[in-house]
Design a protein around this ligand. Structure first.
Ligand code: UDP
Ligand code: MG
Length: 352
C-alpha cells in the first residue's frame, strides 16, 4: 500500500509531532529504546478503534499487564482511530504520551474495520504482527502462547474459538452457514471460528501487503496467503464495554463480500440453471408437439404460460442481479482508490 500522504509531508508531520511531544513531556528516551529493540525481536500489536472511548483505558491497562510478563520480545502497539466520533482519539493520544510504545494512526474518516486493519498492518514494523480487537474479546493472555509457537518456527499462529456461547443463536447459526457454503464453493478454505486475532511473521505480513484489492475481505485474504500455520484455542468472552459495531445488515454484506471476493461460483451456477431449464423446456416442447399431432389443438394453457413466463423472468432478474454484484466490484476495483487515508500519525519515532 502506498501511503496516502507524500513521504516528505508525513516526515514533516511526524517530526513536528515529535518535537511538540518532546517539548511538552520531555524526550522519550530514544537511545534506550532503540538498543532495546535491536536485541529483542519486535512484535507489533495492531488494534483498530472505532467509537471505543469507553474501552481505550481498559484495553491498555489489560494489555500492559500481559505485556509486562513477556520478556523475550519488545512490543509496539499500533492503534488506529477509524474516524471515531467520540473521544477515542484523545484517549489514544493520552495513552501514547504515557507509553512510547503506543503509536496512533488517525484515519481521515471511518473506513471500516478491514481498512483500519490494513492501515495498521502497513504501519507495523515488527518482526511479527498481531491484529486484535479493542474490546478485549481477544484475550491478551494468548499472546504469550502465540509468541512461543512463532519462536518455535510457525509462520502464522491462529487463535481459534472453541465455543461461541457468548454470541446469539442467530449469529452462531448464520456464521456456521456462511463457513459451510463458502468453503464448499470457494477454492480458499477459511478456517472456522477463527477471527482476525492471530500472529503473523514478517514474511506473511509482507505477502498480505502484496494483495492489492480494494475490497478487502481479510478473513479470506489471511487464508489465501497460506504459510505454516499453527493453532491455539480459546474461549471468547463477551464484550465488556461498548457495543458491537456489526449489525445484522453489516454482517450480511460482509458475507456477500466473502463469497464474491473468493469465488466465482455464484456466477457460474447460472450456466447450469440455464442448461437445466433449456433441457426441461425442450422435453416439454417435444411432448407438446407430439400431443398436438395426435390429439389436435387443446384448450390454451393460460395458467401454465403465465407461471413459466413469471418464473423464468424472475430467474433472469436474479442472475442479472448477481452479475451486477460482480460488475460493481470490478468497477470499485478499477477506480484504484487507496484503501484508507491517514490524517495524521502520532508518536512514531522512525519513518519507514
Ligand atoms: N472497528 C473499526 N471500524 C469499524 C467497526 C469496528 O475499527 O468500522 C473495530 C472496533 O473498534 C473493534 C473491532 O473493530 O476494535 C471489532 O469490532 P466489534 O467488537 O464491534 O465487532 P464484533 O466483535 O462484534 O465482531
Ligand atoms: Mg468485538
Amino acid at each position: 500500500m502506498t501511503p496516502c500522504k507524500p513521504t516528505g509531508e508525513r516526515h514533516a508531520i511526524a517530526k513536528s509531532v515529535r518535537y511538540h511531544l518532546a517539548e511538552l513531556w520531555g524526550p522519550t528516551e530514544p537511545t534506550e529504546r532503540v538498543s532495546d529493540m535491536k536485541v529483542k525481536p519486535v512484535v507489533s500489536l495492531v488494534v483498530p478503534f472505532y467509537n471505543e472511548g469507553t474501552t481505550v483505558e481498559a484495553f491498555f491497562e489489560t494489555i500492559n499487564r500481559t505485556l509486562s510478563t513477556i520478556d523475550a520480545v519488545a512490543f509496539e502497539i499500533v492503534s488506529i482511530d477509524d474516524g471515531s466520533m467520540d473521544d477515542t482519539l484523545a484517549r489514544l493520544l493520552a495513552a501514547s504520551r504515557a507509553d512510547p510504545r503506543v503509536k496512533v494512526l488517525e484515519l481521515s474518516r471511518n473506513f471500516g474495520k478491514e481498512a483500519a486493519l490494513t492501515a495498521g498492518l502497513d504501519a507495523a514494523r515488527g518482526d511479527a504482527v498481531i491484529p486484535m480487537d479493542a474490546d478485549l474479546q481477544d484475550p491478551p493472555e494468548l499472546i504469550v502462547q502465540m509468541i512461543e509457537k512463532w519462536r518455535d518456527g510457525a509462520d502464522v499462529v491462529l487463535a481459534r474459538r472453541i465455543d461461541r456461547h457468548t454470541d446469539s443463536m442467530a449469529k452462531r447459526g448464520t456464521a456456521n452457514l456462511f463457513y459451510r457454503i463458502h468453503n464448499r464453493v470457494s477454492h480458499v478454505e477459511i478456517p472456522r471460528n477463527v477471527g482476525d486475532f492471530r500472529l503473523m511473521n514478517r514474511a506473511s505480513v509482507d505477502a498480505l501487503k502484496r494483495l492489492p484489492e480494494r475490497q478487502r475481505f481479510m478473513k479470506g485474504m489471511f487464508a489465501w496467503i497460506g504459510f505454516r500455520t499453527e493453532v491455539v484455542e480459546y474461549e471468547r468472552p463477551a464484550r465488556t464495554t461498548g457495543s458491537s459495531k456489526f449489525t445484522g445488515w453489516k454482517l450480511w454484506n460482509f458475507a456477500l463480500e466473502g463469497f464474491t471476493s473468493f469465488s466465482s461460483a455464484p456466477l457460474r451456477i447460472w450456466s447450469y440453471v440455464g442448461s437445466f431449464g433449456t433441457l426441461l423446456t425442450l422435453t416439454y416442447l417435444v411432448f407438446i408437439v407430439i400431443r398436438t399431432l395426435i390429439y389436435g389443438i387443446d384448450v390454451p394453457g393460460y395458467a401454465s404460460l403465465l407461471v413459466s413466463v413469471l418464473f423464468f423472468g424472475s430467474l433472469q432478474l436474479l442472475s442479472i442481479g448477481i452479475l451486477g454484484e460482480y460488475v460493481g466490484r470490478i468497477y470499485m476495483e478499477s477506480k484504484q482508490r487507496p484503501v484508507y487515508v491517514v490524517r495524521q500519525v502520532y508518536g512514531d519515532s522512525h519513518e519507514p
